[in-house]
Design a protein around this ligand. Structure first.
Ligand code: VGL
Ligand code: ZN
Length: 204
């Protein structure tokens, strides 16, 4: 079958929603969008896949590990790094999917950020592009060529997932209503969407 599609839900976890450790403003508003789309995709015979940020408690991206101030910029093993509050710690409630997400509609979950030495925004690769998750191989095994992407956060994990997907040769559409951003600097999310579009993603 040609042009097989999949829905990719990025990091729809408690810590990125209001009340969470790295709360994205109005992040919870995208859960209903995800549920609606996931239902549509499943009804159409398409696959639904999700990423999950999944850090050890001493992760190198944590301000607490680096003994730095949260939301400031530093360097981790040679790569620029935002020091994040402790978030999405493996097996803790903050790392769980949002309780309203219909996880029974998800065919496969790929976890990322398990290596304490490097951050992993993209669902495909670590930030140094040395380690690949199983996502690309799984999509290829399922003959997926078209990805519909949405989730949290627009200016980090959605952005780098979409840019990697384009590099890997997927046709990518981004559901704007299904994304919310951190916006450390005002306008970061809008700039992220513009960059995804300029590199070939379709904004819908
Ligand atoms: C994310 C910052 C740190 C994200 C994950 O899901 O966008 N952002 N870890
Ligand atoms: Zn993280």
């Amino acid at each position: 079958m040609d042009n097989r599609r999949a829905l990719l839900l990025v990091d729809l976890q408690n810590d990125f929603c209001p009340g969470g450790a790295l709360a994205v403003r109005r992040g919870d508003e995208v859960i209903s969008v995800a549920n609606r789309l996931a239902d549509d995709f499943r009804q159409g015979g398409h696959l639904v896949v999700a990423s999950q940020d999944w850090h050890p408690e001493n992760h190198g991206s944590f301000a607490s590990t680096a003994q730095s101030t949260p939301m400031t910029l530093g360097e981790l093993n040679g790569l620029a790094q935002v020091w994040w509050p402790d978030h999405c710690i493996q097996h803790q409630a903050g790392a769980a999917f949002h309780p309203a997400l219909h996880t029974q509609l998800i065919d496969q979950v790929f976890r990322k950020g398990e290596d304490a030495a490097v951050d992993s925004y993209s669902a495909f690769f670590d930030n140094d592009h040395r380690h690949k998750t199983g996502l690309d191989a799984w999509l290829r095994a399922n003959n997926i060529t078209q990805l519909t992407v949405m989730g949290l956060a627009t200016d980090y994990c959605v952005k780098f997932t979409v840019l990697d997907a384009l590099h890997l040769g997927y046709n990518v559409e981004v559901v704007q209503a299904g994304c919310r951003g951190v916006d450390l600097q005002p306008g970061d999310s809008q700039r992220a969407l513009a960059e995804m579009q300029s590199k070939g993603a379709q904004l819908i």
